[in-house]
Design a protein around this ligand. Structure first.
Ligand SMILES: NC(=O)c1ccc[n+]([C@@H]2O[C@H](COP(=O)([O-])OP(=O)(O)OC[C@H]3O[C@@H](n4cnc5c(N)ncnc54)[C@H](OP(=O)(O)O)[C@@H]3O)[C@@H](O)[C@H]2O)c1
Length: 252
C-alpha cells in the first residue's frame, strides 16, 4: 500500500469528479479523509461506503459556514494536515450573450470559495506552525481562452493568489501548492461539446496530483503536452496570440 505523509486530509468538492477520486485514493492508502460539497446525500453515501471518509456538507460561498466547518472537522477528527481546495464551477461563455450572474457565480465559487477556506485554515495551521494547502486552479488560467470568460479569470486569479501567498506561508510553516489540471473526464467536462485535447481519466489525474503533493514543486500541472502548449502560448506576443485565437474562433 502506498503511504503518504498526511494523517487527515480535507477535500472540498469531494462529492464527484477529481475530488471524489482523490478522497477514495487517499482512503485506500489508509488516510483519514473529510470531504465537503453541497450535496449531503452524495457525501453520506460516500462515507457509508468508506469507513474513514466523513462528509461535512458545505457551500464554500458561505464564509461563516466555512469557518464553522473547519472548526467542526478539527474538533471531531483532529488537525487537518492537508486541505485540497477543489470545489469549482464551469460554464461556457458566449460573447454574444454575457451573463452577469455567471460571472458572479464563477468568482464566488472558484475564487471566493477558496479564500473563504484559506483564511481559517491558514490561521489554524500557522498557529500550529505546520500544515499543507493545495488549491485546484486550471491551465485555463494561463492565458485568456475563447469561451472561457467566466471560468478562466477565476483560475488565473487563483494562480496569482497562490504565488502571492507562498513566501509568507512558507515562512510560517504552511506549504502551499497550486494544481493546474488540463482536461479531465468528470461531470464538469461531460457536458462539453468541443474537442478536449489530451483528455485524462480521473484516476490518472489523481496519480499526478498525489505525486505532486508528496513532492516539493509549487505547481502541479498535467498533462505535460497541454501544459507545454499553453505555457508556450503564454510567451507569444499578444498580437500574435489574439490573431491565432481569432482564427480558431472563426473556424469553430
Ligand atoms: N475536469 C477538468 O477538466 C478540470 C480541469 C481543470 C481544473 N478543474 C478543476 O478541478 C476541480 C474539480 O472539478 P471536477 O472536474 O472534478 O468537477 P465536478 O465533478 O463538477 O466537481 C465539482 C465539485 O465541486 C463541488 N461544488 C460546486 N460548487 C460548490 C459550492 N458552492 N460549495 C461546495 N462545493 C461545491 C461539487 O459538489 P456539489 O455540487 O455537491 O456542491 C463537486 O463536488 C474544479 O475546481 C475544476 O475547476 C477541472
Amino acid at each position: 500500500m502506498q503511504s503518504y505523509p498526511w494523517k487527515h486530509v480535507w477535500i472540498t468538492g469531494g462529492s464527484s469528479g477529481i475530488g471524489r477520486e482523490l478522497a477514495v485514493a487517499l482512503h485506500k492508502a489508509g488516510v483519514k479523509v473529510s470531504v465537503s460539497a453541497r450535496s449531503a446525500d452524495t457525501l453520506e453515501a460516500l462515507a457509508t461506503e468508506h469507513e474513514h471518509i466523513r462528509g461535512y456538507p458545505l457551500d464554500v460561498t458561505h464564509e461563516d459556514a466555512v469557518g464553522q466547518t473547519v472548526a467542526a472537522i478539527e474538533t471531531e477528527r483532529g488537525p487537518i494536515d492537508l486541505a485540497v481546495l477543489n470545489a469549482g464551477f464551469w460554464e461556457l461563455s458566449d460573447g454574444n450573450d454575457l451573463r452577469l450572474d455567471l460571472f458572479k457565480q464563477s468568482m464566488d465559487v472558484n475564487y471566493m470559495g477558496v479564500t473563504n477556506c484559506l483564511t481559517p485554515l491558514v490561521a489554524t495551521m500557522a498557529g500550529r506552525g505546520s500544515g499543507h494547502v493545495a488549491v485546484v486552479a486550471s491551465v485555463a488560467g494561463y492565458r485568456g481562452l475563447p469561451r472561457s470568460a467566466y471560468y478562466g479569470p477565476t483560475k488565473a486569479a487563483l494562480n496569482n493568489l497562490c504565488e502571492s501567498l507562498q513566501p509568507d506561508l512558507n515562512r510560517r510553516g504552511v506549504k502551499l501548492q497550486v494544481i493546474n489540471p488540463g482536461f479531465v473526464r468528470t461531470p464538469m467536462t461531460d457536458k462539453n461539446d468541443f474537442p478536449m485535447p489530451f483528455l485524462m481519466e480521473p484516476s490518472a489525474a489523481v496519480s499526478q496530483i498525489l505525486k505532486g503533493l508528496a513532492g516539493e514543486r509549487f505547481e502541479i500541472a498535467f498533462p505535460w503536452q497541454l501544459v507545454a502548449l499553453l505555457k508556450f502560448a503564454r510567451i507569444l506576443p499578444i498580437s500574435l496570440y489574439l490573431w491565432l485565437m481569432r482564427t480558431f474562433v472563426a473556424r469553430t
